[in-house]
Ligand binder design. Structure first.
Ligand code: PBG
Length: 344
C-alpha cells in the first residue's frame, strides 16, 4: 500500500547531522550503561532506623508511614537479625516512650533500664555483629516534645548538654556502638566525647547530626515517637534555617573539631547540595538521613499509582550516592537490601 507521505529510506538521512560527539552511544545497551555507570548503591550504604515500643503488643503500624511499624523489643531483635542476614551494616533505634514516663526534663532518658537501653542490650546479645546506633536528644522523653530542657519558652543549651552526656554514657553501657546526637545543642559533641572517654568508652563512635534543619519533613517521625500532638511551638531556635548553607559548613566544622567521627546531613533529598558541599570540603564519613516525610511522600504517591514506588525508592537512594554520601539512613533499608540481593 502506498503511503501518501513516504518516509525517506534511512540511507538518505544518514548524513543529516555531522556530529563528532554522540553521548547517546554509551547509553545504547544495558551492558554499556553498566560499564560507564559512575555510582552504585550497595547494602553497605544502608542504615535502618527502627522504632521501639514497650510491651508485648508486637507491632503497631505508624499511620503516616505506610510499611513502618513500632516494634516491641522482641520484634526489634528479630528485625536486627534480619538486617544482619541482609548484610545491612547498622540499625538506628528510636523509642516511643510511654506518655506517663515523659516529664519536662526528660528524666526517663537517664534511666539505665529505659526502653532503648534494654533494646540495645537484647540486640547486642542476639546479634553482636550488627552496628547499633542510638539517638541522643530528649524529645522522646519530654512532656513538651523538645530535644532539650525548656524554661518558659526557651530551650536551655548548657543544662541540656549536661544531660545528653549522661544519656550517652548510659547508652554506651548498654552496648551502643555509635552515639548519634540529633539535638543540635551547641557543644554537645565535645561534652559527649569527654564523658564517654572518662567512662572508658573511647571506642564508641559519634555520628553527629551536624547539619540538621528545622524541617516539615519530620512530621511522620513525630507521629511514630508520639511527639506530634504534644510538641510546644517549633524547633527553630536550635535546628537550622532551611535557607542556609554556610551555616551548615560551620556546624560540621565545629562537630569535627569537637571529635565527631562521622557527620550527618538531615533531611536528605531536599538538602543534597549540603551533602555535596560538606563531603567536598571536609572529606570525612558523611551520611544523609532520608527522613520520615521523604519516605511518606514516596509511599503515598506509589500507593496512589502516581509514581513507580520501586524505581523512585532506588533512584532516590542512588541520588545520595551521587551527591557524595557514604551512607543513608532510610526506612526503605530492608526492602532495598532484598532488592539488591535479588540482583546479584
Ligand atoms: C529528634 C529527631 C527527629 C528525627 C530524628 N531525631 C525529629 C525532630 O527533630 O523533631 C527525624 C527523623 C525522621 O523524620 O525520619 N531528636
Amino acid at each position: 500500500k502506498l503511503s501518501p507521505f513516504p518516509r525517506p529510506a534511512a540511507s538518505e538521512v544518514a548524513s543529516s547531522l555531522n556530529l563528532s560527539h554522540r553521548p547517546r552511544r554509551n547509553r545504547k545497551a544495558e551492558w554499556s550503561r553498566r560499564l560507564v555507570r559512575e555510582n552504585v548503591l550497595t547494602t553497605n550504604d544502608l542504615i535502618w532506623p527502627l522504632f521501639v515500643v514497650e510491651g508485648a503488643s508486637g507491632r503497631q503500624p505508624v499511620n503516616s508511614m505506610p510499611g513502618v511499624e513500632r516494634l516491641s523489643i522482641a520484634e526489634v531483635v528479630k528485625e536486627a537479625e534480619r538486617a544482619a542476614v541482609l548484610n545491612i551494616p547498622a540499625i538506628a533505634l528510636f523509642p516511643y516512650t510511654d506518655p506517663s514516663l515523659r516529664d519536662p526534663t526528660g528524666s526517663e532518658s537517664l534511666n539505665p533500664h529505659n526502653l532503648v537501653n534494654r533494646a540495645v542490650r537484647e540486640i547486642k546479645r542476639a546479634v553482636p555483629e550488627i552496628g547499633v546506633i542510638t539517638d541522643i536528644a530528649l524529645d522522646p522523653y519530654t512532656s513538651h516534645g523538645h530535644d532539650g530542657v525548656m524554661e518558659g519558652d526557651r530551650i536551655l543549651n548548657d543544662e541540656t548538654v549536661a544531660l545528653l552526656a549522661k544519656q550517652a554514657v548510659l547508652q554506651a553501657e548498654a552496648g551502643s556502638d555509635v552515639i548519634a546526637p540529633s539535638d543540635m545543642m551547641d557543644g554537645r559533641v565535645a561534652a559527649i566525647r569527654e564523658a564517654l572517654d572518662a567512662a572508658g568508652f573511647s571506642d564508641v563512635q559519634i555520628m553527629a547530626y551536624a547539619a540538621k534543619y528545622a524541617s516539615a519533613f519530620y512530621g511522620p517521625f513525630r507521629d511514630a515517637i508520639g511527639t506530634s500532638a504534644t510538641l510546644v511551638g517549633d524547633k527553630r531556635t536550635y535546628q537550622m534555617d532551611p535557607a542556609n548553607t554556610n551555616e551548615a559548613m560551620r556546624e560540621v566544622a565545629l562537630d569535627l573539631e569537637e571529635g565527631a567521627d562521622m557527620i550527618m546531613v538531615k533531611p536528605g533529598m531536599p538538602y543534597l547540595d549540603i551533602v555535596q558541599r560538606v563531603k567536598e570540603a571536609f572529606a570525612v564519613p558523611t551520611f544523609a538521613y532520608q527522613v520520615s516525610g521523604e519516605y511518606a511522600m514516596i509511599q503515598a504517591a506509589a500507593q496512589n499509582g502516581w509514581i513507580d514506588g520501586e524505581r523512585a525508592m532506588m533512584e532516590s537512594l542512588l541520588a545520595f550516592k551521587r551527591a557524595g554520601a557514604d551512607g543513608i539512613l532510610t526506612y526503605f533499608a530492608p526492602r532495598v537490601a532484598e532488592k539488591l540481593k535479588a540482583q546479584f
